[in-house]
Design a protein. Sequence first.
Length: 236
Amino acid sequence: MKHKNNTSAIIQLTAGRGPAECCWVVAKVLKAFLNDCKSYGMDYTILHSEAGSENRTIQSVTVQLTGDNTTELLSTWLGTIQWVGTSSFRKNHKRKNWFVGMFQIDLPSEIKLDLKEVQFQAIRSSGPGGQHVNKVSSAIRATHLPSETFAVVMDTRSQHQNKKIAIARLTEKLQDLHTTELKKQATQQWENHLQLQRGNPIRVFKGSDFKQQKKEKTRKSERQGVKNNLKKELWD
C-alpha cells in the first residue's frame, strides 16, 4: 500500500547577486521545476516574482506547493543548480558555469485566537469632554496573553456587546501581527541571495536547449535496482 504525505511548502528560486545570465537560468529552472511539479500531481501558486534586468529573465521567484510527496520532490531540487553554457547576453564572455539556488522558506505559523488565552478586564467608560457614558464598568479590555496584544472597547453600554466587539478586534490585530511577521520574513528571504554555494550542485543543465545532465540514477531506477537485488537474493 502506498502511503501519501500531503504537505505544503514555500520555496524561493533565486539568482542571488548573479548577472543577467543567472536570471535567465532562474526562468528556465522555474519552467522545468513547475513541469516536475505537474508530473508529481502538485498544486502550485506563484506568490511573488522579481523580474531580471533583461527580457524573460527572473531575479527571484517564490512558489507555494501543496500536494502529495512534497518532501520527495524537493529532495531533488533544493540546493545549488548549475547551468553550463555560453552567455547569450555577452557573446565574448568566457564564463561557462552559472549558478542559481533553490531554498525552502520557513514562514511563521498563523496566530489563532484561543479564548482560553485571552484575559478580559472590565474598565469604566467615559465620553468626550469628561461626560460619563455610564457609571458602571462596561468597557472591556481583552488581552491575548501569548502575544501581549490587546484591544479596548467602550462602544456600547453593554459589557456583553463590548466583549464580542473586543474579540473581533483582537482577532483582526492578531491577523495584522501575522501579516507583519510575513513581511519581515519576506525581507529576510533576500539573505538567500547571498547563500549560493558553487560546489556540489543538486542539478546540472547544459546548452541553449537547457537539457538536464544526468549525474546519477533517478529514484525510480534506484527503487527498481533494489527490487532486482532482492529478487536475486531470494533465488540465490
